[in-house]
Design a protein around this ligand. Structure first.
Ligand SMILES: Nc1ncnc2c1ncn2[C@@H]1O[C@H](COP(=O)(O)OP(=O)(O)O)[C@@H](O)[C@H]1O
Ligand SMILES: [Mg+2]
Length: 359
């Protein structure tokens, strides 16, 4: 009877996932023992790291699942930590099928977000687009390749959240299911990063190979402005990558953006489209659109590069305020969310992703 109950509990525990890795604790060999005696279950779980911050969550789920088994009235959960050897084994398991391949993202559509100049809203667009894609039902992650000028942790409200490291594998911090890695998550906000090109390249490559991304549908890469080492590394490392350009209507911004477009073509990166940010301002008195910076330049660039304009985004005080507060604006502004979802739909259509049904 007790043995049977223990077996049933193990069966139920298959449904409990390690919150960081996103896979069943049974598959990850984390269940050490399950013993049942007189309605009391004692369960030993080996965590990947000591003092895992998410252990309370795992404990709650385990207790709940175990109590679903008939006759179980009490559940005791004990945590231990994996040995180095076990962690290495887990690493191997997580890397399986990836390390050996030339493409670090065999199952993921990679979209690098680039611009000619800084300050056009590239990082803001990257984060909001990620959450719009997520709300359409896609799994999304963000790689911040702007190593010196990182801003993704702040924009996602993840400042100061350190990734957990399992052996040599980095578990990326997440917000509402969107994972991200950034130099900011590894080194803290105030530390000046003074690396030369090759170190930047190596770091970005590590972000691709040593972070547990869990095969998302889409990976958005926030590039630093321009055509420097980071952009080149990303494009050369990812044979099937796509480039999404962000411009503003100012002719200079559109003109400089052309350079990164041409660079992408040179390394056979696919240009997937262009988003014009800060296109217009909607007057809160008369409701009319004002094209403060002029009109037509981004469209001209898109025609030259033979890529579609995926959308125009307004210049909006709320966007700046949300960015400052670390809240993706699409999560609080319905009209903006709609705008971004439209862009997200066009993007996924361009990428040939099947439409998702959101449950
Ligand atoms: N559509 C917008 N409306 C208002 N402010 C914006 C908009 N897009 C971006 N911003 C603001 O412009 C600044 C630069 O944006 P950021 O995303 O950091 O640019 P980049 O990554 O291209 O350097 C930030 O303060 C951001 O809040
Ligand atoms: Mg930026």
């Amino acid at each position: 009877m007790a043995a049977n109950a223990a077996k049933q509990i193990r069966e139920r525990l298959r449904e409990v996932k390690d919150p960081e890795i996103g896979r069943s604790i049974a598959d990850l060999n984390m269940i050490r023992s399950v013993e049942v005696s007189e309605g009391r279950a004692t369960i030993q779980i080996a965590l990947t790291v000591t003092g895992c911050p998410l252990s309370t969550r795992i404990r709650g789920e385990i207790e709940q699942k175990a109590k679903e088994v008939e006759g179980i009235r009490e559940v005791e959960v004990h945590f231990t930590t994996m040995s180095d050897e076990e962690r290495n084994q887990l690493n191997q398991q997580l890397r399986q099928g990836h390390a050996a391949q030339a493409d670090p993202f065999p199952k993921t559509k990679v979209v690098a977000v680039g611009s000619g100049k800084g300050g056009v809203g590239k990082s803001t667009v990257t984060v909001n687009l990620a959450f719009a894609l997520k709300s359409l039902g896609y799994s999304v992650a963000i790689l911040d390749a702007d190593v010196y000028g990182f801003s993704i942790p702040h924009l996602m409200g993840l400042t100061g959240v350190k990734p957990t490291v399992v052996g040599e594998m980095i578990m990326p911090p997440e917000r509402d299911g969107v994972r991200m890695i950034s130099a900011g998550a590894l080194y803290g906000e105030d530390q000046p990063l003074v690396w030369r090109g090759p170190i930047i390249s190596r770091m970005i490559q590590q972000f691709m190979t040593d972070v547990y991304w869990a095969d998302p549908d889409l990976l958005l890469i926030d590039l630093p402005p321009g055509t420097g080492d980071a952009a080149l590394t990303v494009m050369q490392t990812l044979p099937k990558g796509n480039l999404l350009m962000v411009t503003t209507p100012q002719s200079s911004a559109a003109h400089v953006a052309g350079r990164i477009g041409h660079m992408a073509e040179m390394v056979h990166f696919r240009l997937v489209g262009l988003i014009e940010n800060m296109s217009y301002f909607v007057c809160d008195k008369c409701g009319e659109r004002h094209y403060i910076f002029g009109q037509g330049e981004s469209e001209k660039l898109a025609r030259q590069l033979e890529i579609p304009v995926l959308g125009e985004l307004p210049l909006q005080t709320e966007v700046r305020v949300c960015s400052d507060q670390g809240i993706p604006a699409v999560l609080v502004d319905d009209a903006l969310c709609e705008n971004y979802e439209q862009i997200a739909e066009r993007l996924t259509a361009q990428l040939g992703l099947r439409q998702r049904v959101v449950s």
